[in-house]
Design a protein around this ligand. Structure first.
Ligand code: DSN
Length: 417
């Protein structure tokens, strides 16, 4: 009989048997998973520590306070809301809070951001998300090197006259230094929001500029590079804005907080503050570059990254769409996701490239040599399957599956982390 437990077991095996390269995924520690499956899931606690709508919240208050204090310490900020269930919900509440804080009543708040096609996020103004409906978004372009450029952004601020600039991404391979952007926001009297969902772990490790030092509001997920449980947070340094954030999360957007997940977040922040998390993140950055360099040395079109992910132009490199490349790699137990390249002429569900990241495999013990081997395997598979030089790779093809298996077997098992 099919039971849900059997499906969990099956997924456990899938995670162990695959090379997981989705840049936004990671593997939590067993301690975090235990907290997320703990009895805390039984408790209703609408409200905030000390101000709940239910009795019996004495322990829960201490759990949530610990999570708040750990988040504040980790990101060096004054206020943290740890209740958002997801990154999209954090952004939903952050925009509401900012609009109320600025005092906009009779019009839509205007936000300048990076479009989804240039690497932004659905909630950064995509027409298919609440964001484009509830707010007036405009978009800045990237410079010729594909970077967010302060001069281009300032020009867009002057042209569009937004209330806020939003920085952050789902697919961008460079680090962002926030000071110049904070300066132009101040000069043009607009607010700065940073969505650090992808790079929060790099910030926590001290290997990326900390947006909390510059932005009015910072949102993040907790499960990507940060390696906590699935969920999100909102951070700021202004007391009045923090109050607006709290009421924009509960009761405006959400009901009862997921205190079992908040417990997992508390531990995730604690783990990310340890020296070994910094070592882990250094490895992530090195592995990402090692794989990208390998692919480039073989002739693939790749830009070397400064963070945990890079884009492989599958169309230029192999004549394959991102969608086809994703499906082909999946046949060999390599998990990636298709992603738009800047100025992509394919549709978002087809694309011309793959996004490849190393947070997850590095957690399982992947080192630079393994990362280079992964680059070689990806190249061999896509080259062979693109039908260019099939003979040349025939021998390699026979062994490709075995090479993936050899790699996944030598990695740590996900349930033991
Ligand atoms: N789904 C996330 C990602 O893959 O980047 C964004 O929310």
């Amino acid at each position: 009989m099919l039971t849900i437990e059997k499906l969990v077991k099956e997924e456990n095996e899938r995670q162990n048997n695959h090379i997981e390269l989705i840049a936004s995924e990671n593997f939590t520690s067993k301690r975090i998973r235990n907290l997320c499956g703990s009895v805390l899931t039984n408790k209703y606690a609408e409200g905030y520590p000390g101000k709940r709508y239910y009795g019996g919240c004495n322990v829960i208050d201490r759990v949530e306070t610990l999570a708040i204090e750990n988040a504040k310490r980790l990101f060096e900020c004054k206020f943290a809301n740890v209740q958002p269930h997801s990154g999209s919900q954090a952004n939903f509440s952050a925009y509401v809070a900012l609009k109320n804080w600025i005092g906009i009543k009779d019009r839509k708040m205007k936000i300048l951001s990076m479009s989804l096609s240039n690497g932004g996020h659905l909630t950064h103004g995509s027409p298919v998300s609440f964001s484009a409906n509830d707010y007036e978004f405009s978009f800045f372009e990237l410079n010729k090197d594909g970077r967010i450029d302060v001069k281009i952004v300032e020009k867009a601020i002057k042209a569009e006259k937004p209330d806020a600039l939003l920085l952050g991404y789902s697919c961008y391979t460079y680090q962002i230094a926030f000071a110049p952007f904070a300066e132009i926001c101040k000069k043009n009297k607009i607010k700065l929001i940073v969505d650090m969902a992808h790079f929060a772990g790099i910030v926590a490790a001290g290997l990326h500029d900390n947006p909390c030092k510059y932005a009015d509001l910072v949102t993040s997920t907790t499960h990507k590079t940060l390696r906590g449980p699935r969920g999100a947070i909102i951070l700021c340094n202004d007391e009045d804005l923090a109050k607006k954030v709290n009421s924009a999360v509960f009761p405006y957007a959400q009901g009862g907080p997921l205190e079992h997940i908040i417990a997992g977040k508390a531990l995730g922040f604690e783990e990310a503050a340890q020296p070994k998390f910094k070592q882990y993140m250094e490895e992530v950055l090195k592995n990402t570059v090692a794989c990208a360099e390998k692919l480039r040395s073989l002739g693939a079109t790749v830009v070397l990254p400064e963070n945990h992910l890079f884009m492989l132009n599958t169309k230029k490199s192999f004549g394959l769409t991102g969608l086809d490349a994703q499906h082909i790699l999946e046949e060999y137990n390599i998990t990636t996701n298709k992603n738009m390249l800047p100025d992509d002429d394919e549709k978002p569900n087809v694309t011309s490239g793959l996004r490849i990241g190393f947070p997850a495999m590095t957690t399982r013990g992947c080192n630079e040599q393994d990362a280079r081997e992964i680059g070689q395997i990806i190249y061999d598979i896509l080259k062979y399957r693109s039908n260019k030089g099939a003979n040349e790779f025939e021998e390699g093809q026979k062994h490709l599956t075995a090479r993936v298996q050899r790699l996944t077997r030598k990695m740590k098992r996900v349930e033991k982390l």
